[in-house]
Ligand binder design. Sequence first.
Ligand code: FPP
Length: 229
Amino acid sequence: MDGNGRWAKRRLLPRLAGHKQGVTSLRRCTQACLDRGVKVLTVFAFSSENWNRPQEEVTGLMSLFVSALAKNLMELHKDGARLCFVGDRSALGDKLMESLLEAETLTAQNDKIVLNVCFNYGGRWDIAQAAQKVVAQGLPLTPENLDRNMALAHVPDPDLLIRTGGEMRISNFLLWQAAYSEMFFSASLWPEFDEAELDLAIGAYFGRERRFGQTSEQVVSPESPAAHS
Ligand code: FPP
């Protein structure tokens, strides 16, 4: 969800105003995904590296998360969204922890969409914590054992990864899980990312041929025993 700061700057507003607009955009995008039958939406809300931003922005973001959650929780619950907060919780304040746990418990049985909010998250952190768990279990470090211990083990790997804000990199997001994801880079700033942009990304996705390391001939022939299922 990149571009909140630039969106605000262009309007001569403080960066936090951009993040507030980012919350509105996230609500709109979640609804659009629900309407289109998307079963899992995973968003990068706060990275392990975002703590290094100016103190004022970090504090503002933390209170924005608490208030945005309080404001949107009941409606998301009514819409059938299951909220999961993914990331290192050890550094989070009591108030925030309480809000996250409350939201997860309330929505645990919902099945219309899983909304994973990656918070104090980093792809490298996830791989490292999964490896530590595998080692603690006395198991070999195989891809399968790592996979079972990743913070997003409760959902399939993403089909489509969208980055807004014009940057062409993944900045420590879903490093493990995005191995075969289709990438869509949007020049729109996150607060401007709307239903039309989402449809562009989904349209681009359906125009791609997903080969998972196989040849084009193998994946286009449904009888092929080697076709990826
Ligand atoms: C990156 O844009 C965005 C963030 C660091 C924060 C994203 C958070 C939200 C949209 C709020 C989500 C709310 C909840 C409750 C999950 P940037 O600040 O790096 O933008 P810039 O590149 O233009 O400076």
